[in-house]
Design a protein around this ligand. Structure first.
Ligand code: 3PG
Length: 397
């Protein structure tokens, strides 16, 4: 960003404001990613800035509009944030055209535009209606959506093909820090993996193992349940999307890499609001796992203590409820107190780490989840690839 004079320019800023949404209140329950976005926005204070992001996935409960995000952003920036309930239509286009220097406009959820729900080649992303229509209104594109860097959606990889583009502050920081860390990583590599996007996680696990980045994979959260189901240690169906397919994949991974995976031995369930701990074998039909038990935490913590590099992603349980935050807190504390190079990933864990006052003890903290896993697995991220191509083109012009 420092290489360009963006004063007075209409700048398209793609950030990742995809936040956890409390399913009961439908309010944003963690604003970490919105807080992060303010740094680049402040650096663009003399431009006309059009902020764009997705929120949730179509069909999921967290798929909502961006009006709440606009309010949070307004508070954090301490200035008016205009908001338009549109992405590529006339209302959005007029709002963009009417922006004055120093103003900020937030578009609605990008995934309201059907194209944004599909992966494209970089070349085809540039030909989408979203990019052809909106790029005419922008002078410049700043990509600062590191948590979505593994996606080839038009809003991410399309614009850099047609307008001058650069990375924002978050992307700059992530790439610099991770580049340094990756040059000194030491084995054994211990991955502590939770999170709810199971199909994505399964792909990433395989890549991490194949690329020598995962000597031990300690499973938590929903992905642990999938593996325990594959081991036939959980008897009843989990009731999740594409269950048969993901369980079969987990089964195949265990068969292929029998010494890599660790799954919980004991867990905690919710019984009428109370925490009840038990061995996994004692679980009854309908019992929902809300946290790890103490034996599992002890076992995982020993493996963490012997690690050269630890990467932890996704909470170990329903950590927002005090009763069920034990596993997440204890594992984070084991990671923070280990001698290893440490990377903590995902908005939930970033928040938990700050709450515990442990942030200073971690080598790299990122609000990214899936993108970071893929980066650590050695994948070239499409967002970075498209920025690199844009830089080459810019220099050639
Ligand atoms: C994330 O939270 O990992 C990013 O916002 C990407 O979201 P997606 O997995 O729905 O594309």
């Amino acid at each position: 960003m420092d290489d360009f004079d963006l004063k007075g320019k209409t700048v398209y800023l793609r950030v990742d404001l995809n936040c956890p949404i409390d399913p009961e209140t439908m309010e944003i329950s963690g604003t970490k990613r919105i807080e992060e976005a303010t740094e680049t926005l402040k650096a663009l204070s003399e431009a006309k800035v059009v902020v764009a992001s997705h929120q949730g996935r179509v069909g999921n409960k967290d798929y909502i509009g961006m009006d709440k995000h606009a309010k949070v952003l307004e508070k954090l920036m301490n200035k008016k944030v205009k908001y338009v309930e549109d992405v590529i239509g006339e209302a959005a286009q007029n709002a963009i055209k009417n922006l004055e220097d120093g103003e900020i406009l937030l578009l609605d959820n990008l995934r309201l535009c059907a194209e944004e729900n599909y992966e494209f080649t970089l070349e085809n992303a540039a030909k989408t209606i979203m990019v052809t229509r909106l790029s005419k209104l922008f002078d410049f594109c700043v990509l600062d959506c590191f948590p979505s860097a593994h996606r080839t959606h038009p809003s991410i990889v399309g614009f850099p093909q047609v307008i001058h583009s650069c990375a924002g502050r978050i992307v700059e920081k992530e790439v610099e820090n991770l580049g340094q860390i990756m040059t000194v990583t030491k084995a054994p590599h211990v991955i502590v993996l939770g999170g709810s996007k199971v199909p994505d996680r399964l792909v990433a696990i395989k890549k991490l193992i194949e690329n020598g980045r995962a000597d031990h994979v300690l499973l938590t959260g929903l992905i642990a349940n999938v593996f325990m189901r594959a081991q036939a240690r959980i008897k009843s169906p989990l009731g999740i999307k594409r269950e048969e397919e993901v369980v079969a994949k987990a089964h195949a991974l265990i068969g292929e890499y029998p010494d890599v995976f660790a799954t919980p031995v004991d867990i905690a369930i919710d019984k009428d609001g109370e925490r009840v701990e038990m061995d996994v074998r004692e679980m009854g039909k309908g019992d929902k796992i809300y946290d790890l038990g103490p034996k599992t935490v002890e076992y995982y913590s020993k493996l963490i203590a012997g690690a050269g590099t630890v990467f932890i992603s996704g909470p170990a349980g329903f950590f927002e409820k005090e009763n069920f935050s034990f596993g997440t807190k204890e594992l984070l504390s084991s990671v923070a107190n280990s001698m290893a190079t440490t990377i903590v990933s995902g908005g939930h864990l970033t928040t938990a780490l700050k709450q515990q006052g442990l942030a200073d003890k971690i080598n790299h903290i990122s609000t990214a989840g899936g993108a970071l896993v893929r980066y650590l697995a050695g994948e070239k991220l499409p967002m970075i690839e498209s920025l690199e191509q844009a830089a080459v083109r810019f220099k050639a012009e």
